[in-house]
Structures are given as structure tokens and as C-alpha cells.
Write a protein that binds this ligand. Structure first.
Ligand code: ZN
Length: 474
């Protein structure tokens, strides 16, 4: 049973393609569903705030929206104008509007009465930026500016062109819209979700289940095939939980994926490429070791093809399979992998083994990997994956204290930090601390704070001398 499950909640929309309740592909969009940001309205001016260079506009929402004006514009109450929402209503405040309209597609934002183009800073790969730059130089339409969104990553000239043409049509439609009916909605852009549904809802999908009436209606309207397969989910238990998918998706955050045989794979995503390491589990003893290696590698190949698709990994993918002695086995493995990636709707090529025995795969880049979409950089290590060790930090703290005692009159410090750094100081450096205390006739007090962050160190200094230390030695 192949299902397309659409879970749309207040904050985000997730679409999972599942084969027998095993997720095989996923789409994620974190946009507040109730958000009206980006919507374009024919608004009616309710009142003009002369002193504030702003006006209140009725856009048909509960609260009148606020439109700051750029000085020179003359606007009269009860007139109509085209406005776009910049910020959602919040608390007592209505939505904030702009009269500088733009049209957001999946890959680009089109800005009428503008020129030139910019590329999202989130696309960091210089080659990709150059590639997009070259395409844009050719296709930026006259009279419009463009912003290339992060989703533009990897898109072809044709894909860009098609979307730009669609957006130009939308812009023209808005321009020609009938303002007599104001306030009214002229355009809303939740098209990305519908577009993803359209791509994933292929003829072999048995049913599409949507937990949200808005997208259910929209899907029925915009997807003209198999309406009998489109179903609204109305139960209380969350949709993905009902199909046993939620817990499986949690694993997307883990680098390690277990194989049934007891082996596992480790997936590392770097800026340059994806590296996947295959590891054997415990050896089963007397059995032929080469046979075991092949079996584990084949199982890993299946899982890797599955994970590449689910995680939307792309670009160069390098797999370090377990080394196998016989070339026949290596051929069997490559054939298996080639067969596995055939199920992917995104073009994936098994290039073959390098001289060092690493398997190379390339997969067309269509959007950024799922993990990146669903993650922020680690607040502790800023994404490096490492933080200074407690031991290293302890050494640094003691150097600072020595420097303080030798160049000032302060003779007492209180070091407050987390238990790891305090224990690195009090246990591993006890002798050195005693030495410093004796040498400078000073006192170092250590204070453990339960709630201290991993890198929190406070050195509080005071002048108080510690008399008893002076009598002890010398
Ligand atoms: Zn980290």
C-alpha cells in the first residue's frame, strides 16, 4: 500500500510518501499555515494617520491592517489600493502591509517595477551561485527584479523560466484585478505545498490522506486526477502517529542507521559531499567472513538508497563499504546499488569504485537536504561538532588566574562553572592550584553551578588576603 500523507498544522506542513507505512520520501515546509504573509489584497483605506505617515486598511481580516507610507504618496480615505501583507496580525495589532508588491514562487521572488537579481545567502556553494548567476543574466525579464530563493538550488534554466513566466502572469492578473469589490484577496501563495503534492502524487499512489480541510479542498480543485483517492483525515490522533510514521521520522536526526544484520551505517553530511560509512556488527563466528561482508554490504546498499531518497541527500555521495576480497562480490554489490537507486524519481547515478575502494554516487540537487531544512546550527558548537574540552578550559582559567595574581593586588578568586569544568579544576589540577595559592599567598575558590551552560566560566576577583596560607610553608 502506497500512501501520500499530508500533515498540515499551524506551524508547518509535512508530506510523507510511505510504502507500507515506511516513509520513503518527505517534503517539509515550516510556514505558519494561518499566516497571511505574502497575500496580496485589494484593500480599502479606512483612515489616514497624518502625523504618522501611515493609514489603516481594510483587507477583509478581523482587524484593520497598518500601512506605513513612503512620504510623498497622497492617499484618501475610502479609496482602494493594492497591498501585500508583510507581518501577520499579533495581539491587539493588525497585520502590517506594504505597497511594494512582490510575487513569491517556489524558486524565485518576482518584483515588478524593479531590476536586477539577488541570490539567497543560504545558497553558500560558490559553484552553484555562479551557475545561477549565469542563468539569471540571460533570463531576468525586463521591468522586473528577481530574488533567487534557497529552493532555487539546483534548478535548471527551464525550471526557472517556467516559474518566472507563471509569476509574470500572476503579476499581470493582479494589475488588471477589479478593485470595485475591495476588500478582497487577489493572491495567496501556499502553492509550494500543492506543487509538492502534485509531484509526489503519482499514479502508483493508492491514496492521499490530508488532515487539513484547506489543503484537502485545494488538492481536490487543483489535482484533476484520481479524486476518489483523495481523503480527508478527521480523527483526533495525529495523522503520522496513526500510521506509525512519526517515530520513524525522528530517526532523520540521527547519523547512525542500524541494519537488520546488526551492522550499521553512519551518514555524514558536509558542505562538499556526503560520506557514508558501512560497519559490520558482531561477527557470527565460523561462517565465511567474505560471505558475511557481502551480506552486510548488500543490506547496507538497500538502506543507503532508501536514506538518500528520504533525507534528500544530493551532489557527490561517497560510500565506504566493507572491503571485500573477491571482485565478483564487488560487482554483485555495485549491481545491487544500481538497481536500488532506480526507484528514485530524482536522477541518481552510481559512478563506480575509486582506486581506494570507495563507491561514488551522484544525485541531482533539487533542494537542500531535509536535515538542513529542519535544523538550526548547534547553539553550543555553532555547527562544528566540537566544543573546547573541560580540561582545555580548566588550563585556560588557571593561566588567567596566574596572570591576575602576578600583575594585580587581587588575592582571591571565585571560579563558578559547570560540574565538568569544576571537576577538571578540582580533581585533575588540585596540585597545580595548591602551588598557585602558595606561590602568590592567594586563594582559589571553586563553585559548581548546576544550571551553568557548557561554556560558562565566571572568575570573580577580590582583594582579601588569605593569611593562614602564608604561615604554612616557607
Ligand atoms: Zn554542537
Amino acid at each position: 500500500m502506497k500512501r501520500l500523507l499530508i500533515d498540515s498544522s499551524f506551524f508547518q506542513t509535512r508530506i510523507v510518501l510511505a510504502q507500507d507505512d515506511e516513509p520513503i520520501e518527505m517534503f517539509y515546509e515550516s510556514k505558519k499555515q494561518k499566516s497571511i504573509v505574502g497575500n496580496i489584497y485589494a484593500g480599502r483605506i479606512v483612515s489616514v494617520l497624518k502625523g504618522m505617515q501611515a493609514c489603516f486598511v481594510d483587507i477583509g481580516e478581523e482587524k484593520n491592517a497598518y500601512l506605513p507610507l513612503g512620504g510623498q504618496k497622497k492617499i484618501k480615505a475610502n479609496s482602494t489600493m493594492c497591498v501585500q501583507v508583510e507581518k501577520d496580525a499579533y495581539g491587539q495589532k493588525g497585520a502590517v502591509l506594504t505597497d511594494r508588491i512582490s510575487f513569491t514562487g517556489t524558486f524565485v521572488v518576482l518584483i515588478p517595477n524593479d531590476k536586477g537579481f539577488g541570490i539567497s545567502k543560504k545558497i553558500t556553494d560558490q559553484n552553484e551561485r555562479d551557475r545561477i548567476f549565469n542563468i539569471m543574466q540571460e533570463i531576468v525579464p525586463d521591468g522586473f527584479g528577481l530574488i533567487i530563493r534557497t529552493e532555487g538550488f539546483g534548478k535548471s534554466r527551464e525550471e526557472f523560466k517556467k516559474e518566472i513566466d507563471e509569476l509574470i502572469l500572476s503579476a499581470e492578473a493582479v494589475e488588471k484585478a477589479d478593485f470595485i469589490k475591495a476588500p478582497c484577496l487577489l493572491r495567496s501563495d501556499d502553492d509550494t505545498v500543492i506543487r509538492a503534492i502534485r509531484e509526489l502524487f503519482t499514479s502508483d499512489v493508492d491514496e492521499m490522506i490530508i488532515n487539513d480541510t484547506h489543503y484537502y479542498d485545494k488538492a481536490l480543485k487543483s489535482i484533476r486526477q484520481y479524486p476518489e483517492k483523495i481523503k480527508l483525515y478527521e480523527q483526533n490522533i495525529p495523522l503520522f502517529e496513526y500510521y506509525g510514521i512519526e517515530s520513524k521520522l525522528e530517526k532523520l536526526y540521527q547519523n547512525k542507521v542500524w541494519l537488520k544484520s546488526g551492522g550499521f551505517i553512519i551518514i555524514e553530511q558536509t558542505e562538499a559531499c556526503v560520506v557514508i560509512d558501512v560497519n559490520t556488527g558482531k561477527f557470527t563466528g565460523k561462517k565465511d567472513i567474505q560471505e558475511t561482508f557481502l551480506k552486510t554490504n548488500l543490506e547496507a546498499a538497500d538502506e543507503i538508497a532508501h536514506q538518500i531518497r528520504l533525507r534528500n541527500l544530493s551532489g557527490i555521495i561517497i560510500i565506504d563499504f566493507i572491503d571485500m576480497k573477491y571482485s565478483e562480490n564487488r560487482e554483485i554489490l555495485q549491481k545491487r546499488l544500481e538497481n536500488d537507486v532506480k526507484h528514485d524519481r530524482i536522477k541518481t547515478t552510481v559512478v563506480g569504485m575509486t582506486k581506494l575502494g570507495l563507491m561514488q554516487i551522484t544525485r541531482k540537487k533539487t533542494s537542500i537536504p531535509l536535515l538542513m531544512q529542519m535544523s538550526d546550527s548547534c547553539l553550543c558548537c555553532k555547527g562544528r561538532g566540537f566544543v573546547p574540552s573541560a580540561e582545555y578550559t580548566a588550563g585556560k582559567v588557571l593561566r588567567e588566574i596566574v596572570s591576575l595574581f602576578s600583575s594585580t593586588l587581587f588575592r582571591k578568586v571565585t571560579v563558578s562553572s559547570n560540574k565538568y569544568i569544576i571537576s577538571a579544576l578540582s580533581v585533575n589540577n588540585r596540585a597545580y592550584i595548591n602551588e598557585i595559592e602558595n606561590k602568590f599567598h592567594a586563594k582559589i575558590v571553586l563553585k559548581e553551578i548546576d544550571t551553568a551552560a557548557f561554556d560558562y566560566v565566571d572568575i570573580e576577583k577580590s582583594a582579601s588576603e588569605v593569611k593562614y596560607r602564608t604561615d604554612k610553608k616557607n
